[in-house]
Design a protein around this ligand. Sequence first.
Ligand SMILES: Cc1ncc(COP(=O)(O)O)c(C=O)c1O
Length: 450
Amino acid sequence: METVKYLLNEDRMPTSWYNIAADLPAPPPAVLHPGTKQPIGPDDLAPLFPMGLIMQEVSSEREIEIPDEVQSIYRQWRPSPLYRARRLEQALDTPAKIYYKYEGVSPAGSHKPNTAVAQAYYNKQEGVKRLVTETGAGQWGSSLAFAGALFGLEVLVYMVKVSYNQKPYRRALMEAYGARVVASPSTETNAGRAILAEHPDSTGSLGIAISEAVEIAAQDPDARYALGSVLNHVLLHQTVIGLESLAQLEMAGDYPDIIVGCTGGGSNFAGIAFPFIGAKLRGERDVRVVAVEPAACPSLTRGQYAYDFGDTAGMTPLVKMHTLGHGFVPSGIHAGGLRYHGMAPMVSHLLQLGQFEATNVQQLETFTAGLTFARAEGILPAPEANHAVAGAINEALRCKEAGEAKTILFNLCGHGHFDLQAYTDFQAGKLKDFEYSAEEVAMALAGLPS
Ligand SMILES: Cc1ncc(COP(=O)(O)O)c(C=O)c1O
C-alpha cells in the first residue's frame, strides 16, 4: 500500500516552538526607534504588544514552550497532515518525490491561526480587552477573529480595500466570529484620511492598513495591536509547521532536498523552513530552500536591504529588511496576503547569510499551477499558496529534465474556498499579469528613511 497522508497523533504535536535566533552565526541588525533612530528596548514596544510576546521577540532560547492552553486549542486541527503528492507527481511525470504540508485544515483555512491563538492567549493573560489588526486577503483577520472569540477578546480588523471588495465572504467569516471589519484606507484614522485626501480611489495596501490599526491600538489603553506576519514572535509560532513536518518525513523515511514556501511577510515560509535551516546552521543536514514571491511585489528579489518602516505612515519602529519602500502600493493581484512592501527582518537576514534563495512568479503562472494541483490532488489552494505550488512544480519539472529523483517539500499554507471568484475570473481570461513598475518602485525607494 502506498501511503498518501502521514498523520501524527495528537500526543506527538510539538510542545515547544523553535527559535532560529539561537542558531544564527550573527544576530540580525537592531530594531530602531522611529523618532530617535536608536535601538529600542522591550519597554518601547509595550504600548503595542503584551510583554509575553515582546520577550519572545527578543529571545535567543532555542526552544520556547507552547502554553498548555494554546496546545489544547491547536489540537482542534493540529497536527496537520503531510501529504505525498503522488497524483501530482504522476501528472507531471516527474521522478521527484513531492510532499506538501497542508495548513488549510485550520478553522480559518490557513496557517495564520497558529500565531493568532498564541497572540490572543498572551494578550488575554495580561488583561488586554481588544485587539486591533490589519488583513490583506482576510486569512489573518479571520484567524484573529476566531482566536478572539475563543478568548473573549474584541477584534477590530482593517481590511485592505481591494480584498474587502474581492472577498466579501472573508469579511462575513470575520463578522461571524464576532469581529468588526473596516475597509482600509478608512475615514476612521488620521493615517486613512491622509491617504484618501491624496488618493481618493486608493485600493489600500497592507502597509496602510497596519498604520490604521497601530494608530487605533496606540490610543486605547485596553487595546493592543496584533500583526499576522513579519515579527520574530509570529515566525516563531509558525515553526510548529516545520517541526511536525520533520517528524512526518521521518515516518516516511525521507528528508527534503528542496523546501519551497511562498513569501508575503515571511511567516509560513519561516514556519516550514526554519527548523530545517536550523539543522543546516548547526551543521547537521543540508537542504536547498526556495522562497517564491509575486512578480508584482518582489521585495526579496528586487527590493533593497535597508532600514524601513513596517507601515505606510511611518509609525512603526525601523527594521532592516528587504523592502520596496513603505510608500509602495502593489497592484491588485489576488494573492492579497503577499501584497506587502517589506519582508520579515529574520527572513531578510537569512537571505543575506545565503541560507536560501528567492524567486518570483507572475499571477497567471500561479493560477495555472493551482489548477494543475487541484486537478491532481483535489485541494484548491489559496492564491498565495499557488506561488509555492508553482515553485514546487517548477522544481519537479527541473528534476524531470535532469532525471533526478529529488525530494521536494512545500507548504500548502491555505485553501482557496473563499477565492473562487478569482478562479472564475482566471478561467474566463479576466486576470492579468502586472508588470513591476520600476519607476514607481524607484520613487518609493527614494522615500526610504536616511
Ligand atoms: C494563505 C496565505 N498564505 C500566505 C500568506 C502570506 O503571509 P506570510 O508570508 O506571513 O505567510 C497569507 C497572508 O495573509 C495567507 O493568507
